[in-house]
Design a protein around this ligand. Structure first.
Ligand code: DQA
Length: 148
């Protein structure tokens, strides 16, 4: 039985109304609902969700994932580009993390091209809107199935 934690960083609570031309029209609840359906279908025991605008809350959640979750799907949002605290928390635990972005950060402003978490995550998925989350979940499911 496997457990997955989905973490959403700052301003992602505004999805649906926040720059929809960049981030799409789905709300965070829509995205979480879609992930929940797929996780259940795939026999994942538990999928939990947390959105926070606070760096420390995300750091706490990453630390606590140790021993509780088998995978973390993380859209660190703006923290991606500068939070050494989140990077260090990921490096400190042995839970695999997939980095997610709705938008293709490499097509956008220069400051979004750099991810300080990229060196410590399993891999990145960016540019597919809400499907970026679904693709990350699919990878987690496949990896966990292989471990069985
Ligand atoms: C984002 C991209 C980040 O640059 C931005 O700060 C976000 C969202 C994305 O999902 O495309 O808040 O992570």
């Amino acid at each position: 039985m496997k457990r997955i934690l989905v973490l959403h960083g700052p301003n992602l609570n505004l999805l649906g109304t926040r720059e929809p031309e960049i981030y799409g029209s789905m709300t965070l609840d829509d995205i979480n609902g879609m992930l929940e359906v797929r996780a259940k279908e795939a026999g994942i025991e538990r999928i939990d969700f947390l959105q926070s605008n606070f760096e420390g809350e995300l750091v706490d959640a990453i630390q606590k994932a140790r021993g509780t979750y088998d995978f973390i799907l993380l859209n660190a949002a703006a923290f991606t580009h500068y939070s050494i605290a989140i990077r260090d928390a990921i490096a400190a635990i042995d839970v695999p993390v997939i980095e997610i972005h709705l938008s293709n950060v490499h097509q956008r402003e220069e400051f979004r091209h750099r991810s300080v978490i990229a060196p410590v995550v399993m891999g990145q998925i960016a540019g597919f809107g809400a499907d970026s989350y679904l693709a990350a979940l699919e990878i987690a499911i496949r990896r966990l199935e292989r471990e069985r």
